[in-house]
Ligand binder design. Structure first.
Ligand SMILES: *Cc1c(COP(=O)(O)O)cnc(C)c1O
Length: 399
C-alpha cells in the first residue's frame, strides 16, 4: 500500500483511503506514488467522459480563458444552450441551474411546497422512500431514508411521508389518508441505498396516481441520469415523464453542476425572487454540461453504456452469480450492484490494493459506476480483479 495520506487540517467527515490520486486518462487513474488503477467508480458517477477527455479539456481551457463566472444578474447564453439540450432530450420544458445534487433536490422540494401553497395547501407534504438518498442539507437529509444520515441532526424537517419502494398499495393508502400531499419524490434507481431499481410498472402506476391526485412526480436522477443506464434518463425505460427531475453528478463530467428540469406543471411555480444561487449556471459549469452531452452523442456513449453494462452484468453473473453469499446482482447499464449477505466494506480497500476503484454502499452492496467510455476489455479486467476478491472475502467471513 502507498504512503498514508495525511490531511490534518481538513475536517474528518470522510474515512479516507490512504491514497491520493493525481491524474487520469480515460478509465485509468494514477496515484502520487505512480500506481495505476482501473476506475470503475467515476468519482461516484461523476466522470461521465472518463478522465482527460480531449474534447472536454479543450472546451474547458477555451472557456477558462473567456469567462468562468459572471452571476445571474446577466443573460448567460450558455445556460440557454444547455437548458435547451436538456429540454430536448427529456421532453420537459424548463431548467433551473445550481451546483450539486442536494441543491437540485432542495429546489425540487421548494417547488413541491410552493406548488401546494399555490393550490391552498399550507402545510404541503412530500412522499419519500425507504432507503432513499437525496443529499446532506437539512431538508434533503430529512427526505433521505437512512437513519445514519439523520443521526445527530434532529429535529428533521417536517412534511415528509415515507413509503416502501415498489409498493403501490402503500402509495394508494397515502392518497386516501393524507390530503396535504403535493408531490412524490423518488430515485428511479436508488444509488446510495444499494442499487434498488423502481420497477417500470411501479413508475407507471405512480405516474397515473400523481395525475389522478394532482401531485407532482419528482424523479431524482442525480446518480442514475445522464446516460448511465443507456438512455439519457433512467425513467425513459418505463415510458413515463416526471414533472420535476433533479440532475447533477454526471452532467458536468467532473465540473460541479446541478439542474432541475421541469415540465409544464412545475416550470412556472418558482417566480422571480423565490429561489436563487450565486454560482449556479456559471459559464464554466454550463460549458462542461454542453460539452458532456455533445461528446456523449458524438462518441455514442449511451449505446456504449448499455452494451458494456450488459457485458459486465453477464460476466459478473457468470463469475459470482452462483456463489453462496451473493444475494443478487442488479442494475442497468453502467450502474451495477452486487449484494452480498454480509457487510463487505473491506472489499473497497482490497480492490484498491489490487488496482480497482469501486464503492461499497448500504453496507452489503459492491457498487460499480464506471465512466461511460468503459470498454468491454476494461469490463473484463474489472471482473478479473473483482471476482477473486469477492470469492476470497466470502470464504474468509460469515454472514
Ligand atoms: C449523490 C446524490 C445526491 C446528492 O448529490 P450531492 O452533489 O452530493 O449533493 C442526491 N441524490 C442522489 C440520488 C444522489 O446519488
Amino acid at each position: 500500500m502507498n504512503a498514508p495520506v495525511s490531511m490534518p487540517h481538513v475536517m474528518p467527515t470522510y474515512g479516507r483511503l490512504p491514497v491520493a490520486l493525481s491524474h487520469g486518462e480515460g478509465a485509468r487513474v494514477w496515484d502520487t506514488e505512480g500506481r495505476r488503477y482501473l476506475d470503475a467508480l467515476s468519482g461516484i458517477a461523476v466522470n461521465t467522459l472518463g478522465h482527460k477527455h480531449p474534447r472536454l479539456v479543450a472546451a474547458l481551457q477555451d472557456q477558462v480563458e473567456k469567462m468562468i463566472h459572471c452571476c445571474n444578474y446577466y443573460q448567460v447564453p450558455l445556460q440557454e444552450e444547455l437548458a435547451s439540450m436538456l429540454v430536448e432530450r427529456s421532453g420537459l420544458t424548463n431548467v433551473f441551474f445550481c451546483n450539486s445534487g442536494l441543491e437540485a433536490n432542495e429546489a425540487a422540494l421548494k417547488i413541491a411546497r410552493k406548488y401546494g401553497h399555490d393550490k391552498g395547501i399550507d402545510r404541503a407534504e412530500v412522499v419519500v422512500y425507504e432507503k432513499a438518498f437525496h443529499g446532506r442539507s437539512i431538508a434533503t437529509l430529512s427526505a433521505t431514508g437512512n437513519p445514519k444520515v439523520h443521526a445527530g441532526f434532529e429535529p428533521l424537517v417536517e412534511g415528509f411521508v415515507r413509503v416502501p419502494l415498489n409498493d403501490i398499495a402503500a402509495l394508494e393508502e397515502v392518497a386516501r389518508t393524507r390530503p396535504n400531499v403535493t408531490a412524490v419524490f423518488l430515485e428511479v434507481i436508488q444509488g446510495e441505498g444499494g442499487i434498488n431499481p423502481a420497477r417500470a410498472e411501479y413508475l407507471q402506476a405512480v405516474r397515473a396516481l400523481c395525475d389522478k391526485q394532482g401531485w407532482l412526480l419528482m424523479l431524482d436522477e442525480v446518480q442514475c441520469g445522464i446516460g448511465r443506464t443507456g438512455k439519457w434518463f433512467a425513467h425513459q425505460w418505463s415510458g413515463i415523464q416526471p414533472d420535476v427531475m433533479p440532475l447533477a453528478k454526471g452532467l458536468g463530467s467532473g465540473v460541479p453542476i446541478g439542474a432541475v428540469v421541469c415540465g409544464p406543471k412545475a416550470a412556472n411555480v418558482l417566480k422571480p425572487g423565490n429561489h436563487g444561487t450565486t454560482f449556479g449556471g456559471n459559464p464554466l459549469a454550463m460549458r462542461a454540461g454542453v460539452e458532456t452531452l455533445k461528446t456523449m452523442e458524438a462518441d455514442g456513449l449511451m449505446a456504449n453504456a448499455a452494451a458494456v453494462g450488459a457485458h459486465l452484468m453477464t460476466a459478473l453473473k457468470r463469475e459470482l452469480g452462483d456463489l453462496p453469499g451473493v444475494k443478487d446482482i442488479r442494475g442497468q447499464g453502467l450502474m451495477i450492484g452486487i449484494e452480498l449477505d454480509r457487510p463487505c466494506g473491506v472489499i473497497l480497500s482490497r480492490a484498491l490494493e489490487a488496482g480497482l476503484l469501486l464503492s461499497v454502499t448500504a453496507d452489503t452492496v459492491v457498487r460499480l459506476l464506471p465512466p461511460l467510455i468503459f470498454t468491454t476489455a476494461e469490463a473484463d479486467e474489472c471482473v478479473a480483479i473483482l471476482a477473486p476478491i469477492v470469492r476470497t472475502f466470502l470464504s474468509e467471513t460469515q454472514a
